[in-house]
Design a protein around this ligand. Sequence first.
Ligand code: 1HE
Length: 270
Amino acid sequence: MSTSKSSAAWPHCELPPSLVAESRDDIAILKLNRPEKRNAFNPLLVRGIEAFFTSLPDDVKAVVIHGAGDHFSAGLDLSDLREQNASEGMFHSRMWHQAFEKIEFGRVPVISVLHGAVVGGGLELAASTHIRVAESSAYYALPEGIRGIFVGGGGSVRISRLIGASRMMEMMLTGRTYGADDGLRFALSHYVVAPGEGLAKGIELAKRVAQNAALTNFAVMQALPRIAEAEPATGLLLESMMSSIAQADPAAKERLRDFLEKRAAKVSHR
Ligand code: 1HE
């Protein structure tokens, strides 16, 4: 039976009203809940995201993030920059880094569900998640150039890794937008689904991911990106070490036995 713990009050940490969390069995769902400002991120919201991921209970095995209203997120709350000097700007950016690091290198895989505007910091948040599902309404932009600013939420590292520095440069210089289908082509999302179907798809994927051996999910999230950026000889050594640890885990032994004794599903393509 599915258990759903909705949270006016998420019991694991204090969240601002701009975030709503609930758990369903072994997954947690986090909603950006500031639709009147198109889910623009103010410091309260960014710190709330950090608190949520820092205090995830042990029984949560995957997280889905989505946004209330017509847009995933309009990015940085531009009203925050009105009076900010350079050193305040630096700490502001580092606060975003700290929060999104908790997503990218946290304990469990995170799936983002994107719709409407996925803009600036909204795209930076999406890029820190491990799987991205876009509804066909999703569109992507980096309007920092138009606003006279620069990305500050990790985008120059994570978005450039996804789509290449050249495409990112062009997006920032011209303010162009890309739609959901283009986003799928160059890995801004992994799926495109019909309007209104994103959350269900995100939850379906989260449930699937939650069934993996915990150590495999750990290796995929923590080891793979570091190996991919390592010098190849170091990467290969790290790979051997990680795979030897993973295969020795009791969860791996059980799964291998299940396959060899014909109890496990085959890999099939529908
Ligand atoms: C905001 C923000 C915001 C909306 N900061 N208040 N991001 C941007 O440059 C995107 C700016 N936003 C937009 O282009 C549009 O708002 C949308 C295309 C996302 C949505 O349009 P729409 O017609 O549905 O909404 P709206 O009428 O423009 O906005 C509704 C309200 O939200 C309005 O406030 P109101 O008091 O007049 O009702 C808007 O001012 C407010 N709002 N977006 C503040 N971003 C770590 S560095 C990251 C750098 C960046 O993220 S740069 C990208 C900034």
